[in-house]
Design a protein around this ligand. Structure first.
Ligand SMILES: [Zn+2]
Length: 260
C-alpha cells in the first residue's frame, strides 16, 4: 500500500519504485482525462510480479496492463509476451526499421518505456461503462478511444516519451500482413482467445489511427468517442459517421479494415 495518490496503490516486494512511477503517471493522467471528458472514478493500481499476477489480474497474460472491476493491473516488468512479439516481428522488420527500434528501446530492445505508458490507456477505459460489451464495433471503438486519450496525454503532458510511444507500433504495423492470422477488424475479439501478439497488432493499428484523429480533432475527438461509448449501442455506420466528422480518412480506413 502507498498513500498520497488519491487512489490505492499495491505492489509486490521489490516493486515500490515501479509502483511509485506508475502511480505518479496515473495521477497526472487522471487529472488530464478529467479535464477532457470527466473521469467518474479512479481505480486502484496493482503493480505485481509473475507470482502475484494470477491473484490480482483478470485472466490476461502476465505483463499486459489491463483494467477491470475496481483496479488497473500492471506487471513489474514487461514479461515474455512483449519478447514474443519482438521475436515474431524481428525476421520481417527491414534493417532501417530495426535500427529505429534499437535507437529508441536499446539493443536488445527493452519495451518497458512503452508498456509503462499503457496505464494511461487503461485509465481511458474508465471514462465510460461497459454498455457496448459484446458488440464488434464496441471493442474497437473502446480501444480507439483509449488510444486517442493515450496519444493526447503523452503529446501534451509527457512529450519526451513520444518516440517510446510511437516507434513500437509503427514498426510492428510495418510487418507483412500475412504474419497475422486474424486481420479483419470485425474479428479483433477472436485474438483474445489465442495468440495475444495478434491482438497487439490490432491495438497498434488502432493506435496509428488514434494519432491521426488526435492531430485532426484533438480533444473534440476524445470527447466525441467517449460520448458515443457512454450512450446507447450504435451500429457501425453510425459510429463511422461520427468519426468521419473528425477525420474522413480515418473513418474510411476503419471501414476498409472492418472486412479487409
Ligand atoms: Zn484497452
Amino acid at each position: 500500500m502507498m498513500g498520497g495518490f488519491g487512489f490505492e496503490v499495491s505492489f509486490s516486494p521489490d516493486g515500490e519504485t515501479q509502483a511509485e512511477a506508475l502511480a505518479g503517471r496515473m495521477r497526472q493522467a487522471a487529472a488530464w482525462i478529467d479535464q477532457q471528458v470527466g473521469l467518474p472514478w479512479a481505480p486502484s493500481l496493482f503493480v505485481v510480479g509473475p507470482e502475484d499476477w494470477p491473484r490480482v489480474s483478470m485472466g490476461v497474460p502476465y505483463g499486459i496492463p489491463h483494467v477491470g472491476d475496481d483496479r488497473i493491473v500492471a506487471g513489474l516488468d514487461g514479461g515474455p509476451l512483449w519478447e514474443a512479439l519482438l521475436s515474431r516481428c524481428a525476421p520481417h522488420v527491414p534493417a532501417g526499421a530495426w535500427e529505429r527500434l534499437t535507437d529508441v528501446y536499446g539493443d536488445p530492445p527493452d519495451l518497458r518505456p512503452f508498456v509503462d505508458l499503457l496505464v494511461v490507456h487503461e485509465l481511458g477505459h474508465v471514462t465510460h461503462g461497459e454498455s457496448w460489451a459484446g458488440e464488434p464495433a464496441g471493442l474497437w471503438l473502446d480501444e480507439l478511444a483509449s488510444n486517442v486519450i493515450l496519444h493526447g496525454y503523452v503529446e501534451q503532458v509527457e512529450p519526451w516519451w513520444m518516440p517510446s510511444l510511437e516507434t513500437l507500433f509503427d514498426v510492428v504495423r510495418d510487418t507483412p500482413r500475412r504474419l497475422w492470422p486474424v486481420r479483419d477488424l470485425d474479428r479483433m475479439a477472436d485474438t483474445l482467445d489465442g495468440d495475444w501478439t495478434n491482438y497487439l497488432w490490432f491495438e497498434f493499428g488502432l493506435q496509428q489511427l488514434a494519432r491521426r484523429l488526435w492531430h485532426s480533432a484533438g480533444s473534440k475527438a476524445v470527447q466525441g468517442l467517449v460520448e458515443l461509448l457512454r450512450g446507447p449501442v450504435r451500429c457501425q455506420e453510425e459510429v463511422l459517421g461520427t468519426i468521419a466528422t473528425y477525420d474522413a480518412d480515418v473513418a474510411l480506413a476503419l471501414r476498409r479494415w472492418a472486412r479487409a
